[in-house]
Design a binder for this molecule. Structure first.
Ligand SMILES: Nc1ncnc2c1ncn2[C@@H]1O[C@H](COP(=O)(O)OP(=O)(O)O)[C@@H](O)[C@H]1O
Ligand SMILES: [Mg+2]
Length: 143
């Protein structure tokens, strides 16, 4: 049987570091109806943080720009989250998804964001076009 969408949320906000915590809180609250375990909510928060941070620092180089999140909860207790930026885009997605790979010159980032997001979610997919932007499709399953 096809799963049915039971709740949906659309967010659009500026890609500045102040909004990392904000978006993480909003998505955590949205997930509250699923009565998540501490581990589930913690994983969700980490994934949102990593994704939004990438938009802020990589896509928009800390200069700001639009971020859109579309989150949906289904009757089989899955949550699908789409996170979209309109920044610089990624030329080589496979390379960027390798653990420890980073283009950050400061040495502050560990290059583990994508690896962490992939490990903590049930499904994880990236599409991107240089100069157009990047979209993440992430799926969680709640117990
Ligand atoms: N939204 C994005 N827009 C453009 N480039 C991105 C985006 N997200 C990730 N990247 C690229 O992928 C690389 C790896 O990302 P990640 O695994 O999160 O590691 P880190 O953020 O520590 O560099 C980044 O260094 C960056 O080059
Ligand atoms: Mg990162």
């Amino acid at each position: 049987m096809k799963k049915k969408e039971v709740q949906a949320l659309r967010l659009e906000f500026d890609g500045i570091s102040e909004n990392e915590a904000f978006s993480r809180q909003v998505i955590s609250l949205f997930a509250a109806s699923l009565d998540p375990t501490l581990e589930e909510i913690s994983d969700l928060r980490v994934v949102i943080s990593e994704a939004v941070t990438n938009c802020v620092v990589h896509a928009y180089k800390n200069k700001g720009g639009k971020i859109k999140i579309h989150a949906r909860i289904f009757d089989d207790r899955t949550m699908k989250i789409k996170i979209q930026d309109f920044g610089c885009g990624i030329a080589d997605i496979e390379k960027c998804m390798e653990p420890l790979y980073t283009t950050d010159p400061s040495g502050e980032r560990g290059g583990m964001g994508f690896a962490i997001m992939q490990a903590m979610s049930r499904k994880f997919r990236v599409t991107s076009r240089p100069g157009i932007g990047t979209t993440l499709y992430i799926e969680f399953k709640f117990a």
